[in-house]
Ligand binder design. Structure first.
Ligand code: AMP
Ligand code: ZN
Length: 494
């Protein structure tokens, strides 16, 4: 029997505002789409948090023995800062700044994205399609919407007609529960706005100005697709007209996901997604992490200690552990203290895990390991509650220490269950390595050895043994460790 049958899962659905018992459309199979990055610059830690939440969700669904088709796209065209013209195209803008072709920008930051994901131990999605690889599909959907009377061409661009959509009783705004009139009351008079019948209409296809290099031919002339359309094209192509889960950061709920709902309902006559999932934001200094405001840290800069916000470098494992201590629907404010606490917590887990091998074995158990194991599942079954899960894993650590101190007993079978449960939840589901690669023990040891050699070198110098003193310095240099003699003594860089 598949595990999901005995572990009923509840997911908070943004569309209904409720935690619902999750049942896939096709038994045993799940289709999940997550909006991927716009690859015009490096991903920041906030982006990593959102993708990490879905990585854990993907891992858990697979652990429950569902067959998951996980589609996460790459936005490599069409993401305008608004519905205006070429100066608002992120790729064209960045390509001018860096003096590169737009597709060189796309390549450079796609490679960076994948490097970050590898560093943080992400599983790859099962399909990673690109917007530029699906231009034909987007043109077809645009034509479909025109034919349905839900879109119109204007000066070489095509816009979705929100009023026509509402006249059909389709209710634009259902996902974000917003009153559109209010939303657009303050809309700025953007370039391109005059082409629209109404300010709330959004671009499906944009005419390319002569300066716009990223362009494709279409029935409406040379242009490029609007950002919202790519996700409708790619999700429905690979997952069908109705699929199980659609996710993204909550900042995408409006307008991006609202537009996706409207496009799909307009094309196919029914809602595209059963469960909408939205992750909350990573903040720093209490403000949302974001490239545009400059309030951000790049993931590799945190790993390499190359930033001014954190007092030291942190291993990817620790960053992962820190992020997962907040529920995906809660705001997480990143700080030096939070990272240090996570480092301590991680080390406690690893130390306890190592102890399991040598625990005293008893004929019977005084602790209820089966109930504890189920409580780990209960946490994840309750809308992927990773902080509660981690609290349960620390309960497991408490058990290990109690048994080690001979205050409680465990049978051999229960010791195995305890070990396997910790391994499965930490490593397979949370994606955290248990090899201790998050503690700095080895760095501390190396520093200790170098300091010892410096003392020996000082002794040799005091004895005028210049041969030995030079040899120590040169051999360390050969290993890439530089000694620097100064007034305050000898320092070193590793
Ligand atoms: P973008 O490349 O801007 O489309 O963002 C990629 C993903 O990261 C989207 O799902 C965003 O919602 C998400 N995101 C952006 N900023 C943050 C943040 N500060 N915290 C969490 N997720 C974020
Ligand atoms: Zn999207």
């Amino acid at each position: 029997m598949k595990l999901y049958k005995s572990q009923p899962l509840k997911i908070y659905n943004t569309l209904t505002g409720e935690k619902e018992v999750f049942t896939p459309i096709h038994e045993g199979n799940i289709g999940m789409y997550v909006c991927g990055p716009t690859v015009y610059s490096n991903v920041h830690l906030g982006n990593v948090r959102t993708f990490m939440s879905f990585d854990v969700i993907f891992r858990y669904l697979q652990h429950l023995e569902y067959k998951v088709r996980y589609v996460r796209n790459i936005t490599d065209a069409g993401h305008l800062t608004d519905d205006g013209d070429v100066d608002n195209d992120r790729f064209v803008k960045q390509s001018r700044l860096e003096k590169l072709e737009p597709m060189e920008i796309v390549q450079k930051y796609t490679v960076d994205f994948h490097k970050v994901l590898d560093t943080f131990n992400f599983l790859p999605p099962t399909i990673e399609p690109t917007a530029t690889g699906h231009i034909i599909e987007q043109i077809e959907l645009t034509q479909k919407l025109i034919d349905a009377g839900l879109a119109y061409e204007s000066n070489g661009s095509v816009y979705f007609d929100v009023q026509a959509y509402n006249k059909k009783g389709l209710n634009y705004g259902e996902l974000s529960n917003r009153n559109i009139d209010e939303l657009f009351a303050n809309t700025r008079d953007l370039d391109g706005q005059t082409e629209k019948k109404n300010p709330q209409d959004f671009a499906l296809w944009k005419k390319a100005s002569p300066a716009h290099i990223m362009r494709w031919n279409s029935p409406w002339g040379a242009g490029f697709p609007g950002w919202h359309l790519e996700c409708t094209a790619m999700s429905t192509k690979y997952l069908g007209e109705t699929f199980d889960i659609h996710g993204g950061g909550m900042d995408l709920k409006f307008p991006h996901h609202e537009c996706e709902v409207a496009q799909a309902k307009g094309c196919f006559g029914h809602a595209p997604v059963k469960t909408w999932m939205h992750t909350n934001m990573l903040t720093m200094n209490g403000l949302r992490m974001s490239k545009s405001t400059g309030n951000y840290v790049l993931p590799m800069d945190l790993v390499e200690g190359n930033n001014t916000f954190f007092e030291k470098q942190f291993e990817p494992n620790i960053i992962r552990f820190c992020f997962l201590q907040a529920h995906y629907r809660s705001v997480l404010d990143i700080s030096n203290e939070a990272m240090l606490a996570s480092e301590k917590g991680y080390n406690r887990l690893v130390e306890a895990y190592k102890l399991i091998q040598s625990l005293p074995v008893n004929a019977s158990s005084s602790l209820d390991i089966t109930t504890w194991k189920q409580s780990c599942y209960d946490a994840m079954n309750d809308d992927f509650n990773t902080p509660i899960l981690i609290a349960q894993l620390f309960e497991g650590v408490r058990y290990i220490n109690l048994v080690n101190d001979k205050k409680e007993t465990l049978s051999s079978e229960d010791i195995t269950t305890l070990q396997e449960t910790l391994q499965v939840f930490l490593s397979d589901i949370l994606g955290i390595n248990l090899d201790g690669s998050g503690n700095n023990a080895s760095t501390d040891k190396l520093e200790g050895v170098v300091k010892m050699l410096i003392e020996m070198r000082n002794e040799a110098r005091a004895n005028k043994n210049w041969g030995l003193s030079d040899e120590i310095r040169d051999r360390l240099a050969g290993l890439g460790i530089q000694l620097k003699d100064g007034k305050e003594g000898t320092g070193f860089t590793i």
